[in-house]
Design a protein around this ligand. Structure first.
Ligand code: MG
Ligand code: MG
Length: 270
């Protein structure tokens, strides 16, 4: 889940304060806790992603995720966050992010589905998302998934001391737009730690204003959201689900990444 900059007044103030606040440098002890949490989240996501197939409802995936998180002694971090009603954000096809799981939404062969999950344990958050095929998909959908995944890898590779946040945004933007895709601008990645959403905002496009240098001890949720068509998005009347303006498909890959000894360490992978 990513920043929602214009939801309700209270939330807007809360998130705005967080995102404008200081960038919290994590100690090696804190990063160890977050590494443990990231590994747990990876394990949960492996199980949830393995359950994706035609006919499964997004609510069933949500129930599985909640059970697995609680089995590990952790807490679903999205449940109740800003009032969100579920453990997972499950976003199908033209849905970009923040889709609400439903017993009425059964996955269909040929679709793509984004699964975004967060957990909290011992006071620290972890955040991860993957978009995957449901059964067999068209080659152009697979290319959207591949390019978005590559955008995440390229973004992570910029997370080196001496590089800047703007370098990360530029890497994502150049790769996505070079492949003819649109980069979502309204939502971004974020710092993460004791809070799900901390400073800094991590834009997926080049912004000269957002050009701080990476430092050891930063932990960021890096999450390119890439659209097959236009970059613009629309929020549905449910107050959560974000869809592409042209209703073409969208993909989302996210990992929680620390900067240690000058370079990136991906916490949400084994
Ligand atoms: Mg997320
Ligand atoms: Mg996130």
């Amino acid at each position: 889940m990513i920043e929602r900059l214009a939801r309700r007044r209270l939330e807007k103030r809360t998130i705005g304060d967080v995102v404008k606040g200081p960038i919290r440098i994590k100690t090696s002890r804190e990063i160890e806790i977050m590494r443990r949490n990231g590994r747990l989240l990876f394990e949960v996501m492996q199980e949830v992603c393995a359950a994706v197939k035609p006919g499964v409802t997004t609510k069933e995936l949500d129930t599985l995720a909640q059970r697995r998180i609680e089995d590990k002694g952790a807490r679903p971090a999205f449940l109740g966050l800003y009032g969100f009603p579920a453990t997972l954000c499950v976003s199908v096809n033209e849905q970009v992010v923040h889709g609400i799981p439903s017993p009425d939404c059964a996955l269909e062969e040929g679709s793509i589905v984004s699964i975004d999950c967060g957990l909290e344990l011992d006071g620290y958050m972890s955040d991860m998302a993957r978009t995957m095929p449901v059964g067999r998909i068209r080659p152009e959908l697979q290319r959207l998934l591949d390019v978005t995944r590559e955008c995440l890898e390229l973004a992570i590779q910029t997370m080196r001391v001496g590089m800047r946040l703007g370098d990360l945004g530029r890497a994502v933007q150049e790769h996505a737009e070079g492949n003819g895709f649109g980069v979502v601008r309204r939502y971004s990645g974020h710092g993460i730690g004791r809070l799900m959403h901390e400073a800094p905002e991590v834009f997926n496009f080049f912004d000269p204003q957002n050009n701080k240098r990476f430092q050891n001890g930063w932990v960021l949720a890096v999450e390119p959201m890439i659209n097959m068509g236009v970059a613009e998005t629309v929020e549905l009347p449910d107050g959560w689900t974000v869809v592409t303006k042209d209703r073409l498909p969208s993909a989302h890959f996210e990992d929680t990444v620390a900067i240690v000894d000058g370079g990136p360490v991906i916490l949400t992978r084994p």
